[in-house]
Every structure is written in structure tokens, then in C-alpha cells.
Design a binder for this molecule. Structure first.
Ligand SMILES: *[C@@H]1O[C@H](CO)[C@@H](O)[C@H](O)[C@H]1NC(C)=O
Length: 244
């Protein structure tokens, strides 16, 4: 064997050995001590998918927020969302089950099973395998508290996506499209919430909070989830209720 070939093979060996540990450092499941670090409101900033149907779904997403909150069951986290899809708001809620670093969410008939990943500060990164009907694919989603992303993190995101074998096309939030209003926000405002990503008209303040009145909240949320209620820009539903 020629010396050159040996050197070349050694170099290749080093290269392939080098990329694996890099990815191991870049893609680490987030180990949740308690869940407080993931609780609260998050605004979508970037996403990738490895199935064309899911890529198209991301493509229609103009803005999106999610909200994670505790339930009485430590393993169960309530996930609410507000997606602006081609000008319409789709809101809903579901429960996610967390077991170790794995989190499982059912939304309508689809199942998302994945992990939160270690990411930038004030960021939430989610990687999953999603099953919807006979389609199976993966999502990689990045959220931040502000809806803005530190550009220095963009490279890291791209490398993570590469490590996870996602295609190179990534979808990004334009940072400008208004977020869908959050019905719950006026309740949160009663407590102290420093930062509101959206300006929701403060109409009626329902005296019921989630904990105090789970039944009514559940019904409303379930209705929303079932019908995929589309809301107009202004949250007029509350006003209509009063005038009825
Ligand atoms: C989530 O689980 C909690 C606790 O079991 C329950 O009170 C709540 O209604 C559930 N929410 C949804 C949206 O399923």
C-alpha cells in the first residue's frame, strides 16, 4: 500500500470521526429538570421539514406562537397554539405527554413524537417525527421568546438541521406578520407578564382562570380544536357574547 494512500485513508478516517462528535455536541436532547424552562409563550422563528407535505405546511405559516403550561399531572403539559395560515388564524390546544426527554403530542389525527433540543438562550427547539394519515416525516422547529432570532445562531441552526439530515431549505418567519390574538392573554395580564408579543384588545376579563374553571376552558379549547375555528383579526367573539 502506498504511503499516499495510507495518508489519504487516515485523513478520511479522521474526517468521518470528526463530524460525528460535532453533531453530538450540536444536537443534544434537552434534559428537563422541571418544565419551567419551557413554559410560557414562544414565537416561531424557523422551521424545517423533510417531507414535501410538511414543507408545504410550513410554507403556508405566516406567523405562529405556542404556549406551554403546567397541568396537575407533572408528565402532562398543555400546548396551545395560534397559527396564522394564509391570513386566517387557527387556534387550538392539546396535551403533551412528557416521558424522559421524549414528548408526545396528538393534534387531530396526527401524532408528533420528539424532543426539545439544547439551543440558544431564550430559545426553544423542537425536533420530531410526525405522523399524519399515511404520511410520516420530521419537523425541526425553532421558537424564541421575542420572535426575533439572534443571527449568530442561524449557522448553528443550519448545522443542527444538517446533522439531523434535513434538506437545506429552511422556512423562516418574516418577523413582521402579526401574531394571532390569544384569548388567554388577558387572563395572564392580570398577573404580571412583562412582555406581550401581541396587542390583544382587552375586552372582557373572564374571572375564570384555567385552574379555577377547567370545565369551561376545556370546552372552549376543545371546540376550537375540533372545528379548527378560524378567527378574524380582531377578537370580536367576546364582545358578541356580551351583546347577545
Ligand atoms: C389537559 O390535561 C389536564 C389535566 O389532565 C386537563 O385538565 C385539561 O383539560 C387537558 N386539556 C386539553 C386541552 O386536553
Amino acid at each position: 500500500m502506498s504511503v499516499q494512500l495510507v495518508v489519504a485513508l487516515l485523513a478520511l478516517g479522521f474526517l468521518s470521526a470528526a463530524s460525528a462528535p460535532v453533531c453530538k455536541e450540536l444536537v443534544k436532547p434537552l434534559v428537563l429538570e422541571d418544565h419551567t424552562e419551557i413554559y410560557g409563550k414562544w414565537v416561531y422563528v424557523m422551521g424545517s421539514a423533510d417531507h414535501s407535505v410538511f414543507q408545504n405546511a410550513l410554507g403556508t405559516l405566516k406567523s405562529s406562537w405556542i404556549d406551554l403550561s403546567a397541568t396537575s399531572d407533572h408528565q402532562v403539559v398543555t400546548l396551545r397554539w395560534g397559527d396564522r395560515i394564509d391570513g386566517k388564524c387557527v387556534v387550538g390546544a392539546t396535551n403533551a405527554t412528557i416521558s424522559g426527554t421524549t414528548s408526545t403530542v396528538h393534534i387531530h389525527s396526527s401524532e408528533h413524537k420528539g424532543q426539545y433540543l439544547e439551543t440558544c438562550p431564550d430559545c426553544l427547539q423542537w425536533s420530531d417525527t410526525s405522523r399524519s394519515g399515511d404520511i410520516t416525516g420530521r419537523y425541526l422547529l425553532l421558537f424564541t421568546r421575542s420572535g426575533k432570532m439572534d443571527l449568530t445562531y442561524l449557522d448553528t441552526y443550519k448545522k443542527q438541521a444538517e446533522c439531523l439530515n434535513f434538506p437545506e431549505t429552511h422556512h423562516t418567519y418574516d418577523g413582521e406578520t402579526e401574531l394571532c390574538p390569544d384569548d388567554k392573554e388577558k387572563v395572564v395580564e392580570k398577573d404580571t407578564m412583562e412582555e406581550k408579543p401581541t396587542t390583544v384588545e382587552k375586552t372582557t376579563v373572564e374571572e375564570a382562570t384555567m385552574e379555577e374553571n377547567p370545565t369551561t376552558e376545556k370546552t372552549t379549547e376543545e371546540e376550537k380544536t375540533m372545528v379548527e375555528e378560524t378567527m378574524e383579526e380582531n377578537p370580536t367573539t367576546e364582545k358578541e357574547k356580551i351583546t347577545d
